[in-house]
Ligand binder design. Structure first.
Ligand code: KG4
Ligand code: ZN
Length: 336
């Protein structure tokens, strides 16, 4: 059978990325131009700046992805692109670029849901992983508990009511003076702290047992550090970070394990930027081992935003017959 090569483009937030993926599992190239340094100056992603930087970088990132893979556009079978959810201006750059290339090179266009991409990142390094399985997608914008029924077929069984897990990491990091992006910094600092030092709340939704809420936890952290300041007491940055991280991890792992038990699943894949968190990985590994559940997670480079994961998802969409027209648009709140 002829091999299928996908050129994938991702620009939904602050990474300009392009990749070439073979047969949905082999990454021939994965080029990422990060804007993190630029946004760090402002303590978070500035949408206007993100869009402008995407425009400046996207052509060279795509050319680098093709060059590294050793292919030309003529050898590509389809163009995959993230069209939502994300920042509308940022998404538009990738979508416009993908449409232009697909039109000029006469290639099919396949729009991809960003979350589907995060889940698909697990297929890159785990060739044996196939649906059905359960997934927890934890990123800066999303916290979803998903039943993956088949390639491109999902049931969302739980989601956050307010802040995403990564968003909570970023906000707490800023509050305790760690800066942006907060997740990796809290992860690092927590190794020096005591996770049981401060009893932060674990929110449980009575009416929706698989939903999450992180805004109460974030407020509890803010109250704690403000309380210390008012009393003129110093607080331990490492203890706050470790105790906060433990609270997030406990809630995520608890819901994940209740879900696999209720739905009788023996495979679990974590995905998204927060899936590279060391405490979450350890806690998930322990919980899964106790229940005889196979745990999967991508390498850190495939956890945070990248185009290889979009190429994998686009391949399965392409195989399922998904084709988009020249009217494909950016959809900032796209549903899975
Ligand atoms: O998937 P991603 O790159 O972007 C979105 O689609 O949102 O995720 C970025 C998020 C940020 O909130 C970042 O702080 C978080 O993932 N993150 C982490 C870690 N590495 C990245 N959170 C906790 N621990 C980490 N090691
Ligand atoms: Zn993402």
């Amino acid at each position: 059978e002829k091999e299928i090569l996908i050129l994938a483009i991702e620009s939904s937030c602050d990474e300009t990325a392009a990749a070439v993926v073979k047969d949905g599992r082999d990454v021939l190239s994965n080029v990422i131009s990060s804007q993190i340094d630029l946004h760090t100056l402002y303590g978070g992603v500035v949408p206007e700046i993100a869009s402008r930087k995407h425009i400046e970088k996207i052509n060279q990132v795509i050319q680098a992805a093709l060059d590294e893979a050793g292919v030309t556009l003529a050898g590509i079978d389809a163009i995959g692109v993230t069209y939502g959810p994300g920042l509308v201006g940022a998404l538009l750059v990738g979508v416009a670029e993908a449409k232009a290339i697909a039109y000029a090179a006469k290639k099919p266009l396949v729009g991809v849901h960003h979350i589907e991409g995060h889940i698909a990142a697990n297929f890159i390094e785990h060739k044996e992983l196939e649906p059905p399985f359960f997934s927890l997608v934890v990123s800066g914008g999303h916290t979803h508990l998903v039943r993956v029924n088949d390639y491109g077929r999902f049931d969302i069984i739980g989601r956050t009511r307010d802040d995403a897990a990564g968003e909570a990491f970023d906000k707490v990091a800023r509050a305790i003076g760690l800066g942006y992006p907060g997740g990796p910094k809290i992860d690092r600092v927590s190794k020096e702290g005591n996770p049981d030092a401060i009893a932060f709340p674990r929110a449980h939704m009575e009416d929706a047992p698989f939903d999450f809420s992180f805004s109460g936890l974030k407020s509890a952290v803010l109250n704690y550090i403000n309380g210390c300041r008012m009393k003129g007491e110093a607080y331990s940055q490492a203890d706050v970070a470790a105790s906060f991280q433990k609270a997030v991890t406990d809630v995520l792992v608890d819901a994940a394990m209740r879900a696999v038990e209720e739905y009788h699943m023996d495979k679990f894949a974590i995905a998204g930027g927060v899936a590279s968190n060391s405490a979450l990985r350890e806690a998930m590994a322990k919980a899964c081992e106790e229940r005889n559940i196979e745990l999967y997670y991508p390498s850190p480079v495939y956890c945070t935003d990248n185009a290889a994961m979009i190429g994998v998802a686009a391949y399965y969409e392409y195989r399922n017959g998904t084709r988009h027209g020249w009217d494909l648009n950016a959809v900032p709140n796209l549903k899975l």
